[in-house]
Design a protein around this ligand. Structure first.
Ligand SMILES: [Zn+2]
Ligand SMILES: [Zn+2]
Length: 469
């Protein structure tokens, strides 16, 4: 019998990690993600594996986001030596993300240890190093979408990634293996994108599954249509332009940033955008934007064509008045800009990155606008701000929150309730369905809706639960 343990992203959104054990494949992991909140020095120390990493044969990675891939470096540090299968797109993004993360980690560890030294406290040992990142990257085996690839020792199992339409390289993982003389297929949706979005294709449909793990981040919500969201963005920016204030957009480096740049460009060409100066203040987002340009052929064909036809044929060239901000000095110089600028900076949930510096500089001033364009997980600074806190602590100082705060939920890179249901219903032959990667309220609402409207039953595994099939 095969078993599946839900080690993360069970009744919560982050820390995606599922352990599958079957006779032919041995122990394999679907994703190896970390939980969000805090910096790596503090949070990675709290992450512990519920298994021995040296016993894991293979890792199948749905996509490059750190809540799905962020613990791979610790897995390798703790002795994992198996293959890491992912898509070509993910294999291009992972070096950027892992190298960025280890750079930040080493810097923060140095700061923390200096602080400890001053207090006479014991110093922290690094829990992973650059060598672990290099080793992890050397284990990656990139596959094309739709390529059925044999895995495991006996050749009786295979993996196939299809497009999940969430970010560049994001995949739905189909694992086929033999079990008691029968062929079984386990499908993991990964993060599913929306049907209508820019740059991304529609999530691929699944035509065979015995067990399906589907995400339910927005299982309790229906998004505004893309048109409504863009109209809202236009309206907010128009109102803000009247006083020529500063707009801060905390944005994920991978996916959301490129989507926002694309939308701002479309608004510009439609004559709906005032002459804002737009700054992309994130070295990582800049690198990722370049990778999107390299991989235009796997992105949505119509949107890629628009980009190719524009001056320079790149996303950067697509939005006039977009300026890349590379060095910390250039980033600090943005503090002197009095008005008329949109600053896009990471991290998307304000848990780190340059956005925190901009918040300190601008959030006390009622004339500025903080514009959220993505999901804010419980416990993050972003969520606290969305929930309306009046004072925050940044870099050891209390800062009052007086700027306007707006949220555009329609930009989600996740399918909403109706889209999730449609995708799940398209899978033939009544597979066993498990809902993951969502807060319990979302998964509950999705489960109830599926039963009420379609008489479809689902399971909601709890963290740590082991299921047999
Ligand atoms: Zn994701
Ligand atoms: Zn996710």
């Amino acid at each position: 019998m095969a078993s599946l343990r839900f080690l993360g992203a069970a009744q919560q959104v982050t820390g995606s990690c599922y352990l599958l054990e079957t006779p032919y494949l041995g122990k394999v992991l679907l994703d190896c993600g970390m939980h969000q909140g805090g910096d790596d020095v503090h949070r990675l120390g709290k992450e512990a594996f519920a298994f021995d990493p040296t016993t894991i044969e293979t890792l199948f990675l749905s996509h490059a986001h750190l809540d799905h891939s962020g613990l791979i470096r610790l897995l390798v540090h703790n002795g994992f030596e198996g293959d890491i299968y992912c898509t070509n797109g993910s294999s291009k993004l992972l070096p950027v993300m892992f190298n960025d993360a280890v750079g930040l980690y080493e810097r923060d560890l140095k700061h923390e240890n200096r602080r400890r030294q001053r207090k006479g406290k014991k110093l922290l040992e690094p829990i992973y190093t650059k060598q672990d990142v290099e080793k992890a990257l050397s284990l990656i085996k990139p596959l094309r979408y739709g390529e059925k690839f044999p895995v495991g020792k006996t050749g009786k199992s295979s993996v196939c990634f299809t497009d999940a339409g969430h970010i560049l390289g994001s995949a739905i993982t189909s694992l086929t293996f033999e079990e008691d003389g029968e062929e079984k297929t386990l499908v993991f949706s990964g993060d599913l994108g929306k049907k209508v979005s820019v740059l991304m294709n529609e999530p691929a449909l699944v035509n065979k599954a015995d067990v399906i793990l589907m995400e339910g981040t927005y299982g309790n919500r229906c998004h505004l249509s893309q048109k409504e969201t863009i109209d809202e963005l236009e309206q907010i920016l128009k109102e803000t332009w009247e006083n020529k204030d500063i707009v801060l957009i905390p944005s994920f480096a991978v996916g959301r940033t490129q989507e926002i740049i694309f939308h701002l460009a479309l608004l510009h060409y439609e004559g709906r955008l005032d002459p804002w100066q737009v700054y992309l203040d994130s070295p990582m987002a800049i690198k990722v934007t370049d990778i999107y340009d390299e991989c235009l052929s796997v992105l949505d064909r119509k949107d890629a064509k628009k980009i190719r036809e524009m001056h320079k044929g790149s996303l950067k060239g697509f939005l006039p008045r977009l300026k890349y901000v590379h060095s910390p000095e250039e980033s600090m110089a943005l503090n002197d800009i009095p008005d008329g600028a949109i600053i896009i900076a990471g991290s998307g949930m304000c848990t780190g990155g340059r956005i925190r510096h901009h918040l300190k500089q601008r959030i006390w001033d009622p004339k500025n606008l903080l514009l959220f364009v993505g999901f804010q997980a419980v416990g993050t600074l972003g969520r606290i701000l969305v929930d309306g806190v009046k004072k925050i602590r940044l870099f050891g100082e209390n800062v009052v929150v007086k700027s306007r705060i707006e949220t555009l939920n329609g930009f989600s890179a996740h399918a909403d309730q109706a889209e999730l249901i449609e995708w799940l219903m398209a899978i033939p032959d009544n597979p066993r369905r498990m809902l993951v990667h969502g807060e319990l309220s979302s998964l509950d609402a999705l489960s109830m809706k599926l039963w009420k409207d379609h008489k479809i039953t689902t399971e909601i595994p709890y963290p740590g639960q082991k299921m047999y099939f």
